[in-house]
Design a protein around this ligand. Structure first.
Ligand code: SRM
Ligand code: SF4
Length: 565
């Protein structure tokens, strides 16, 4: 393969001196709010993206002004766990140093800030660092934030699963000192070949982003099959003994390009818990060595597995670990939702899961959510846990503090609103106005859209039943829409592709049903389908399963062939 064919990012990484590039110079330049084009790729490895407010783009252009550049920063918080002290710091930064004045909980159990001027980036990273938080490797061609079922205090099993998620996250961190030098003013290391080496990643890191999750069955809140690499906990009583390893999942695709497709991970088999890191490193290094570095659209692990074939890939994992997979153990994969309200843990402490619409923690009229969480953080002795459904758990509340926490949650509109099963199971990505790739609205439009779907469910008499509905502003799939019973994926302003047929549990993908339609058509389609569903469904049959059994769409078994077929 000739070198010229490599994707531009490969050269950028090679020439970046382990992710330094000219970020420092860019930071010191006040004439523009932007970084150079090359550095815009490198800053992702440091946890942030250059953006501009798309609502203001045309107006700025007409005024012949530079776009209103600002930055989105994403933190890395393994398993979504942070202390009240950390939360208070996170909250203070949002209020003082960002123009969005909000904290955005993400679909991978961490938080983002939007609207950071370039001049505030360093202060923010230093403020986070003082609270032992960081943003390195939250984005970029590396292993990202590792997800884990966020109820670890509920059982010994959860605690053990979280410990593995944390280890996976810590062990797969880049070793470069670039982050510490640029943002934390650590002394500059003179890098020469062989002196500062990335032992796992190498100089060019991975061909593309890499995502891991640890699931604790029956919960599949982390949507384990949508990850590059997933570990499904296998227990003997409340002792974690190993994992069913799954690999090759991912959601991103491009409208109209059949070579790209979402995919659910394959089951590889059972591994012993103590071998987890060894297997993770083997899968990651195979992807490093075999992954496509020419075309970034085809460079995720899912394409590597499809290209080389499951058997060859599995044999290579076994060769690199020196361990054979055992047959997959029987585990039940169940609900992807969060358990709202109070739940008591085995240690007698209480955990309160709060629904945060669109993951947006902000003071809204009559609902000062951000203030509410701040007030709770001031008195809370346990921790905060961000969920992969963009919600938050106030975890580890002693019985004596329960009343006070609940009173604060109610006073600030964090509790008390009726959340239907469908709303509680549904998510939307950020999309407009910050996401550069959005083709349509998602976060800002989804709540109203859901109300209309709820009205239809009510009309057909099954509002008590949850349907997993997910909306994204484009086919990159940040809210995992292709694993939703009803997936809506932006095509153009006000227009979406409608996908149907995924399972409720996240074990089967959906398939395109109608293309490029507007709200009225979407609702009309759903109205007709809901009518048929309540008439024809079998006992306990979910909406997603019904749409496949009744032939509304065909099941996607082998994504590479079936998703577009
Ligand atoms: Fe994502 C790119 C937001 C989870 C697949 N994602 C982006 C960017 C950074 C847009 C960009 O590249 O300029 C979005 C920033 C929007 C903004 O203004 O904040 C963005 N992704 C998000 C978040 C914040 C969505 C949310 O509403 O919570 C999620 C942050 C997760 C985190 O904390 O790490 C987020 N993104 C996901 C997921 C879901 C998941 O990982 O479970 C996916 C699908 C799974 C997957 O990776 O396959 C996802 N994001 C993508 C892709 C497509 C990747 C691909 O394989 O093709 C892109 C575009 C890209 O990488 O080129 C993307
Ligand atoms: Fe942006 Fe598309 Fe991701 Fe939504 S799915 S946040 S529109 S990249």
């Amino acid at each position: 393969m000739s070198e010229q064919k490599l994707a531009v990012n490969e050269y950028l990484k090679t020439d970046s001196d382990y992710l330094r590039g000219t970020i420092q110079e860019g930071l010191n330049t006040a004439v523009t709010g932007a970084f150079s084009e090359g550095d815009q790729q490198l800053i992702k490895f440091h946890g942030f993206y250059q953006q501009d407010d798309r609502d203001l783009r045309n107006e700025r252009k007409e005024q012949k002004l530079e776009p209103l550049y600002s930055f989105m920063l994403r933190a890395r918080v393994a398993g979504g766990v942070c202390s009240p002290e950390q939360w208070l710091a996170v909250d203070k930064i949002a209020s003082n140093l960002t123009s969005s004045n909000s904290i955005r909980l993400t679909t991978r159990q961490t938080f983002q800030y939007h609207g950071i001027p370039k001049r505030n980036l360093k202060t923010i990273i230093q403020d986070l660092d003082r609270e032992a938080l960081d943003s390195i490797a939250a984005c970029g061609d590396v292993n990202r934030n590792v997800m884990c079922n966020p109820n670890p205090v509920e059982s010994k099993l959860h605690q053990q699963a979280y410990a593995y998620a944390k280890q996976l996250s810590d062990n797969m961190l880049p070793h470069t000192k670039a982050y510490a030098e640029i943002w934390l003013d650590d002394e500059k290391l003179i890098t020469t070949e062989g002196e500062e080496v990335e032992p796992v990643y190498g100089k060019t890191y991975l061909p593309r982003k890499f995502k891991m999750a640890v699931a604790v069955p029956p919960d599949n809140d982390v949507d384990v099959y949508t990850n590059d690499l997933g570990f499904v906990a296998v227990a003997d009583g409340d002792e974690l003994i190993g994992f069913n390893m799954v690999a090759g999942g991912g959601m991103g695709s491009t409208h109209g390009e059949v070579a790209t497709f979402p995919r659910l991970a394959d089951d590889f088999g059972y591994i012993k818990a103590e071998d987890t890191l060894k297997f993770a490193e083997a899968v990651m290094t195979i992807q490093r060595d075999w992954g496509n570095r020419e075309n970034r659209k085809l460079s995720r692990l899912k394409y590597t597995i499809v290209k080389h074939g499951f058997d060859k890939f599995k044999a290579e994992v076994e060769a690199r670990t020196g361990i054979k997979f055992e047959p997959k153990r029987d585990v039940v994969i169940g609900d992807r939702g969060d358990r709202y309200g109070w739940k008591q843990g085995v240690d007698d402490n209480w955990h309160l899961t709060l629904f945060i619409e669109g993951g947006r923690v902000k003071d809204l009229p009559g609902q000062p959510l951000q203030t509410g969480l701040r007030e709770i953080a001031k008195i809370h002795k346990g921790d905060f846990r961000m969920t992969s459904n963009q919600n938050i758990i106030i975890a580890g509340v002693p019985a004596a503090d329960k009343e006070q926490v609940e009173a604060l949650a109610r006073q600030h509109g964090l509790m008390g609103k009726l959340i239907t099963e469908t709303r509680g199971h549904s998510i939307a990505c950020v999309a407009l106005p910050t996401c550069a790739l959005a083709m349509a609205e998602a976060e800002r439009y989804f709540p109203d859209f859901l109300s209309k779907v709820e009205a239809l469910q009510d009309k057909h008499g099954f509002l008590d039943q949850g349907i997993v509905i997910r909306m994204t502003g484009c086919p990159n799939g940040c809210a995992r829409p292709f694993a939703a019973e009803i997936g809506l994926v932006g095509k153009a302003p006000g227009r979406y592709n409608l996908y149907l047929g995924a399972s409720f549990e996240g074990t089967r993908l959906n398939k395109l049903y109608r293309e490029n339609i507007q709200e009225a058509e979407i609702l009309a389609e759903l109205d007709a389908l809901f009518a048929l569903y309540v008439k024809e469904r079998e006992s306990g049959e979910t909406f997603g399963n019904y749409t496949v059994r009744s032939g509304v769409v065909t099941a996607v078994i082998d994504a590479a062939k079936d998703f577009h077929g």
